[in-house]
Design a protein around this ligand. Structure first.
Ligand code: S3P
Length: 175
């Protein structure tokens, strides 16, 4: 079998900075940046909140897994995944087998500060008011940690820079 092209998958909770760091990382490496949510939106012709409200979460998860697998042939790409991507359909295993998985870890407090006010664009957070959002984030993060912690590299936090990340992954890049 041909080697699949080199790929970096950024994983982590909503609001952990996957898209921002992913763009910077791709630009440093001179690779292509791909946002998995954008791929799903392009293919379905719907925005993510609309997919959740009209089709439901199970439908979204299937579209998400298909979109992820459709990128297999891509070469030198940094892929920013959705917060729930690693947690369904053996997706974590698929990513570990086809690229380098990097977990951008943030504390529930940091995530809360970054996510408060973004409920409209994030269907899973819709309906969680200021008083119950911290608890929801903590619980969901705790549930997801078992997948996130399978990543090959863990980094993150608000101070995480691309140059630090590049130092962490330079051996893999050079392989
Ligand atoms: C989701 C995260 C979102 C998006 C969808 C579901 C999740 O992506 O895929 O709203 O299950 O955590 P971001 O992590 O980029 O916000």
């Amino acid at each position: 079998m041909d080697e699949p092209g080199k790929k970096i998958y950024l994983i982590g909770f909503m609001g952990s900075g996957k898209t921002t760091l992913g763009r910077k990382l791709a630009s440093e490496l001179d690779w292509t940046f791909i946002d998995l949510d954008n791929i799903i939106e392009e293919r379905t012709g719907m925005r993510i909140p609309e997919i959740f409200s009209s089709k439901g979460e199970p439908w979204f998860r299937i579209a998400e897994s298909e979109a992820l697998r459709s990128l297999l042939g891509e070469e030198k790409v940094v892929i920013s995944t959705g917060g729930g991507t690693p947690c369904s359909d053996d997706n974590m295993k698929f990513m570990a087998e086809t690229g380098l998985t990097i977990y951008l870890k943030m504390s529930p407090d940091q995530l809360y500060r970054r996510l408060a006010g973004s409920q409209e664009e994030r269907p899973l957070l819709k309906g969680h008011g200021t008083d119950d959002l911290p608890r929801y984030i903590e619980k969901k993060l705790d549930e997801r940690e078992k997948w996130y912690s399978m990543a090959s590299v863990t980094t993150g936090g608000e101070e995480c820079t691309v140059s630090q990340l590049l130092t962490q992954i330079k051996d893999w890049i050079q392989k």
